[in-house]
Design a protein around this ligand. Structure first.
Ligand code: NAP
Length: 484
């Protein structure tokens, strides 16, 4: 199965922070793969912009090394590297001063898509937006891409939105949540709205509960001090898990169009109910051999920031009243895995008797590793041993289904950057969505702070604190194993 690659319009993409970690790890290797796939038209240019004292030749060398180190292979021909490097340019620019801005402005070419990627800390967004205007680069058709974190609470998110809105229309602003760029996440929408099979069952009458897990094995490592100001709730749940929840729970949009999809997601966030303190568990990982504890990694012995959070959310609308959504995410857990599990209710009556046991259909959407979907169905255990029932998976692993072409599945950043060039905002967060998500999260965090809530220590390699297991046991349910 060969996927068709349609080249995007010729573009100039300026990456502010073009020397940074994100640019080297994700953005530039992603662009290289799109170049190899033939998606970049001749004449497209990528312009790195940062303060470091580099020229274009030195920047090309830096990018070549980054692509070799962080590119994920596939069918990219390393021999085409030179062609890619030729698209690269570098300008020394200081977001906070005047240095380099006129040179950058002089480089801009008319009659092509113009996009500016703000791959810098959010403290620089305002400066960049202002100077892009001041130097005449921000015409009405240009686009800006902004990274997470988009604020640390409702007020700071509003402030950021206001700063950007001074210079750009909402239709020009692309707020990245790379979870939305994952193939499976988009497939979730196709499975829901492209098949007759699931949507009639997609409600509280048939769905017992939904679990969303994003588990990491790494600790906070070198990001300890940054992470300590944020925590799992702000760093992961408010954005990534919330976006997954929206796609699972939203009503069918009238069409697959950016505002139609985002309107429906927004309604889900606004329907999220209050969460009681006993419906949330926070944790901090403990020391494990050579690996430091969270408190050591954060370099803050009195930190009350959580490296794990689990909660039970309720969506107060007709479709979902009575169906809880259990969300959890954390670091230093058993395995690196992200999945959504839609657990359907038991059949209303078992004609096979009590001995046949309890069987449930579970639709599992795996985001990583091995992106794919699996539907658990109940069948008869083969053989003459009577009517014994067995759960087996109807498995759709993309890697298996697509064979060698699975190497061609673009990663989230590749897809999202190409969507920016195409001018398609569907998979990007709108300003009001981000604000609504903070509006729901803020009181939860404020309540922890007010009562001096202490996270519960948990062991490295575990599934988080036992209290998180209890969160579901109390309801007669249990989490799925965290495993690859
Ligand atoms: P980083 O490694 O610290 O890079 C920051 C970049 O900004 C560097 O290229 C730096 O280059 C440039 N910069 C800093 N001050 C500047 C100024 N005054 N004018 C112009 N350029 C300036 O950070 P990062 O990890 O790449 O992260 C960038 C953004 O993406 C942050 O908002 C981060 O939260 C977000 N993000 C990162 C990741 C990730 O995996 N790294 C993931 C998700 C989101 P010079 O020092 O040469 O100026």
């Amino acid at each position: 199965m060969v996927s068709r690659v349609i080249p995007v319009e010729t573009f100039d993409l300026v990456i502010f922070g073009g020397t940074g970690d994100l640019a080297r790890r994700k953005i530039l290797p992603g662009l290289f793969r799109r170049f190899c796939a033939g998606q970049m038209e001749d004449g497209a240019r990528i312009i790195g912009a940062a303060r470091s004292d580099l020229d274009t030749a030195a920047y090309r060398e830096m990018v070549r090394e980054a692509v070799i180190e962080f590119g994920r292979g596939g069918t990219c021909d390393i021999g085409t590297m030179q062609g890619f490097l030729d698209t690269l340019h570098y300008v020394r620019v200081d977001a906070r001063g005047e240095q380099g801005w006129q040179s950058l402005a002089d480089m801009m070419l008319p009659d092509r898509v113009r996009a500016f990627y703000f791959s810098v800390g959010p403290g620089l967004f305002g400066d960049l937006a202002k100077r892009l205007h001041q130097y005449g680069m921000a015409d009405a058709s240009c686009r800006i891409v902004v990274e997470k974190p988009f604020g640390r609470d409702l007020q700071s998110a509003r402030d950021l939105n206001a700063v950007l809105a001074q210079h750009f229309d909402e239709t020009q602003i692309y707020r990245i949540d790379h979870y939305l760029g994952k193939e499976t996440v988009q497939n979730l929408m196709v499975v829901r709205f492209g098949n007759m099979l699931f949507e009639p069952l997609w409600n509280s009458q048939y769905v017992d509960h939904i679990q969303i897990t994003v588990a990491e094995t790494v600790g906070v490592g070198g990001r300890g001090e940054y992470y300590d100001r944020s925590g799992a709730m702000r760093d992961m749940l408010q954005n990534h898990l919330m976006q997954l929840l929206c796609l699972i729970a939203m009503e069918p949009p009238a069409k697959f169009d950016p505002d139609a999809v985002r309107d429906e997601k927004l309604k889900v966030i606004r329907a999220l109910g209050h969460i009681a303190p006993e419906e949330i568990v926070r944790g901090q990982y403990m020391k494990d051999g050579e690996n430091g504890s969270y408190l050591e990694d954060a370099n803050n012995p009195r930190s009350t920031t959580e490296s794990f959070v689990a909660l039970k959310a309720h969506i107060s609308n007709w479709r979902w009243a009575g169906t809880p959504f259990y969300l959890r995410t954390g670091k230093r857990l058993k395995a690196r895995t992200s999945e959504i599990a839609v657990v359907f209710k038991d059949a209303p009556h078992s004609i096979f008797g009590a001995k046949a046991g309890r069987h449930r259909n579970i639709l599992t959407i795996r985001l990583q590793p091995n992106e794919g979907m699996e539907l658990g169905v109940t069948i008869k255990e083969p053989g003459p041993g009577g009517m014994r029932l067995l759960d087996v998976p109807l498995d759709m692993s993309f890697a298996e289904a697509l064979g060698e072409d699975s190497a061609e599945i673009p990663d989230a950043y590749e897809r999202l950057i190409m969507d920016v060039i195409r001018g398609n905002q569907t998979l990007f967060m709108r300003g009001d969505e981000v604000e609504a998500a903070w509006k729901w999260t803020d009181p939860i965090i404020a309540a922890w702070e007010d009562r001096g809530d202490q996270p519960i220590p948990y062991e490295t390699g575990s599934s988080g604190p036992d209290d998180a297991l209890m969160l579901m046991h109390r309801d007669g349910r249990r989490w799925r194993e965290i495993m690859i």
